[in-house]
Each structure stands twice: as structure tokens, then as C-alpha cells.
Design a protein around this ligand. Structure first.
Ligand SMILES: Cc1cc2nc3c(=O)[nH]c(=O)nc-3n(C[C@H](O)[C@H](O)[C@H](O)COP(=O)(O)OP(=O)(O)OC[C@H]3O[C@@H](n4cnc5c(N)ncnc54)[C@H](O)[C@@H]3O)c2cc1C
Length: 156
């Protein structure tokens, strides 16, 4: 378990009041953790609660959030095991292939397979990488490759 994990906090109800009932707020808290192979520990109650407590300790130190824990009405927690079970995420890795140097830019898997004719890839584990706008670009690059190889099928 990570000793001092990072925390990402987003409060959607701050920009869209419909994201929470009147007088309430909705919080989305992300703690980046290792995938199911890199971190060899079970996602049991003890580990989940450990991360939950660390997140709450960090958030409760922020001005205005001192009483956060006792004001929680409802919460859902997703672990890498849940991402694997619900979305078939490889090794429970929600962001796909790690963006290390040797897995970035031209080293990252490209939209067109070099080994298998007619096989194309798109999504966060291929070039250019993870994140919604970047994955949309991956789809565009994949479509370009498909059009180049199949000009007669082009919609243009
Ligand atoms: C918690 C979290 C927060 C994020 N926050 C942001 C953010 O704020 N901004 C941002 O830009 N990006 C964010 N991302 C990243 C972004 O969501 C992903 O990079 C992007 O959704 C990846 O798109 P994708 O199409 O590759 O995969 P996904 O969006 O994961 O889509 C893959 C789909 O394929 C389905 N699938 C899997 N296996 C099969 C199968 N065998 N047959 C049929 N279907 C299958 C899955 O169920 C899933 O619906 C976040 C990701 C996570 C997990």
C-alpha cells in the first residue's frame, strides 16, 4: 500500500448543481494506485479502508472540509479489481499502458498492426495515449489508417 498517496479531487456540483441534491455536494476523489500485477496485495477491506482513511485525512485538512467524514451521506468505491470486473480493464489498469518513455510516442503501439494485416487499434493503450481528448485523436488516427488502406470504402 502506498504510504503517502496523491489525491485528485473534483467537485462536479460546483459547476453543475444537478450533480447533487439541494444543500449537498458531490465529490469525486481519485487516488492513483498500481495495477493488479505491479501491486501484489489483495484489494480487501483493510486496504480499501486504509486508502479511504488516507484520502479523508488529506481532504479534512483543507479549509472548510474539516467535518467531511461525518457529513458523507452516500459513497461508492472502485478499486482496480472493480475496473477489471466491470470493464475488462487489463490488470485492472484504468489508464491503459503506462506512459513510460519506452511506451510513449513512436514506441507506443501504433494504430495499425505491423504483424497482422487488417488489424487496427484505438484507445488509451495505443498512440497517442490516455485521456478522453487523446483517445478521440487515437480514433481519428486509426480511421486515417483504415481509409488509406481501404480508399474504396471511404465515406468522403
Ligand atoms: C477514474 C478515471 C478518471 C478519469 N478522468 C479523466 C478525466 O478527467 N479526463 C480525461 O480526459 N480522461 C480521464 N480518464 C481517462 C479516460 O477515461 C480514458 O483514457 C478513456 O476513457 C479511455 O478510452 P478507451 O476507449 O481506450 O477505453 P474505455 O473508455 O475504458 O472503453 C473501453 C470499453 O470497452 C469495453 N470492453 C472491454 N472489453 C470488452 C470486450 N471484450 N468486448 C466488448 N467491450 C469490451 C469496456 O467495458 C469499456 O466500455 C479517467 C479514467 C478513469 C478510470
Amino acid at each position: 500500500m502506498i504510504e503517502d498517496p496523491s489525491i485528485y479531487l473534483h467537485i462536479p456540483s460546483k459547476v453543475d448543481p444537478d450533480m447533487a441534491p439541494p444543500g449537498c455536494a458531490s465529490f469525486y476523489v481519485l487516488t492513483p494506485v498500481s495495477d493488479l500485477v505491479c501491486a501484489q496485495h489483495p484489494w480487501n477491506e483493510e486496504v480499501v479502508d486504509g486508502y479511504r482513511q488516507k484520502a479523508l485525512a488529506t481532504l479534512s485538512a483543507l479549509p472548510g472540509l474539516e467535518d467531511l467524514q461525518k457529513n458523507i451521506i452516500s459513497e461508492s468505491i472502485f478499486t482496480p479489481e472493480d475496473f477489471k470486473a466491470h470493464f475488462n480493464a487489463y490488470r485492472g489498469s484504468t489508464f491503459g499502458l503506462q506512459p513510460t518513455l519506452r511506451q510513449s510516442n513512436h514506441w507506443r503501439p501504433q494504430p495499425k498492426s505491423k504483424r497482422c494485416e487488417g488489424l487496427y487499434f484505438t484507445g488509451s493503450s495505443v498512440h497517442p495515449g490516455a485521456g478522453v481528448p487523446i483517445v478521440i485523436e487515437s480514433g481519428r488516427l486509426c480511421a486515417l489508417e483504415l481509409r488509406r488502406d481501404n480508399p474504396e470504402d471511404s465515406l468522403a
